[in-house]
Ligand binder design. Structure first.
Ligand code: TMP
Ligand code: ASP
Length: 237
């Protein structure tokens, strides 16, 4: 891929996005910065950017092979990746297999309770409103996505859950829940965007139920740096 880097287009809490000489391609740079509780808690997790870049790229390549279109194009180095430029659909899609986090708080169900069937939730991606919980009628009414897009996103999200659960089970990790974001290409095609990493998934060791994800940082439990490395070691060797 012969593209040259241009100006920064956007800086988020964990990543920066740069334009390239190709208008349909952007470069993502993964930082070590970590926030929790809507940016209230700030810190860094040493080498998190490297782990998330490599893991997300590896998982997206596996998902592509299973028929999920993703933004992934090419890993340039430890922290930088070329991806397809998309317009992000302003929905955070959360899939839950086991009760944890906000589900447990909202529903009074103890963390670790296995669900009979997976749950899909939408939040409106809006920092000022703290990503409020919505349903698909809100998304249609506010024109956040069309019915056809919601159907595609729903179908892909459940399929991603099946593929990821298997990948993680093979390395003795339980996939508790995770968050996805999708984007539209210029022609309107829906593809998986953002990242899949210990920042955006809950991973529990299948034997000990130890947290191997960002909850260690969110909850001030410590050990997050080692946990991120452990997930990378199990998945990428
Ligand atoms: P929750 O239980 O806090 O709603 O989180 C569900 C999943 O979504 C969990 O795997 C962490 C992930 N997540 C994000 O990726 N970004 C966020 O801003 C939040 C709140 C959760
Ligand atoms: N929503 C949180 C924040 O932006 C991130 C998280 O909990 O993963 O601070």
């Amino acid at each position: 891929m012969n593209v040259t880097m241009k100006e920064q287009m956007y800086e988020g809490k964990a990543k920066q996005v740069f334009a390239t000489s190709d208008p349909e391609i952007v470069m993502v740079h993964y930082k070590d910065d970590a926030t929790a509780g809507d940016g209230e808690k700030r810190g860094t997790i040493h080498d998190k950017g490297i782990v998330n870049n490599k893991l997300s790229n590896a998982l997206m390549q596996k998902l592509e092979k299973e028929g999920i279109p993703t933004h992934y194009i090419q890993e340039l180095n430890d922290r930088d990746t070329l991806v397809k430029k998309v317009q992000i659909v302003p929905l955070e899609v959360i899939i839950r297999n086991v009760a944890a986090g906000h589900f447990s708080l909202r529903m009074g169900v103890p963390e670790g309770t296995q669900f009979k069937t997976p749950i899909l939730e939408f939040s409106y991606k809006c920092d000022d409103l703290h990503d409020p919980f919505i349903n698909h009628y809100y998304a249609l009414a506010l024109d956040l996505a069309t019915q056809e897009e919601i159907d595609t996103i729903t179908k892909y999200s459940f399929k991603i859950n099946e593929v990821l659960k298997k990948i993680m089970a093979d390395v003795n990790i339980r996939l508790i829940d995770f968050k996805l974001e999708f984007g539209r290409l210029a022609d309107g095609t829906i593809i998986l965007a953002d990242e899949i990493s210990p920042d955006t998934c809950r991973f529990w060791d299948a034997t000990s139920n130890a947290h191997l994800d960002k909850d260690l940082f969110r909850r001030g439990l410590g050990g997050e740096e080692d946990a991120y490395q452990e997930v990378m070691k199990r998945l990428l060797g």
